[in-house]
Design a protein around this ligand. Sequence first.
Ligand code: CU
Length: 167
Amino acid sequence: MSTPTPLFVALALAAVVIPAAADRAGHHLTGHAVQGAPAPAALGAALPLTVQGATVVAVPPGATETSAFMTLRNAGNSPVTLTGVQTPAAGHAMLMHTRRDAQGRTGMSAVKTLTVPARGTLRLSAAGDHLMLMDLTRPLKVGETVRLTLSAGPGRRLNVDAVVRKP
Ligand SMILES: [Cu+2]
């Protein structure tokens, strides 16, 4: 089997990511526009990632932070290093690493990067590494879609439409 060229990877990504995003567009609240964001295809094409199960955890009214989960699959032959996440729904958002010590206690810390291995997956979940959304800018409604933009170095971004779900 030959190695996919970057163009092949970009086309494969467009085929997978765009229908999913369009499918969920109907869940957008009309008042919640993504300001100035280029089309998802333009951003997504730079990264060989596909996303499944993107979720923002629903929190009670008045809560100021929440977490976000998803599974990222890297179709490329090089690791993809995520360097940050942004969303209009939060004042700032962070990459979080969860580790468990020998006694089984878990600890969570903000990290500068999370890596999606080459030809592998990174699972962001309640039990492990995840994203934190801090200083929520508005209440989040169950079933609505929240745009998350993952960065992976200069000019490399991926827009993900995550659905707000109860934990
Ligand atoms: Cu956290």
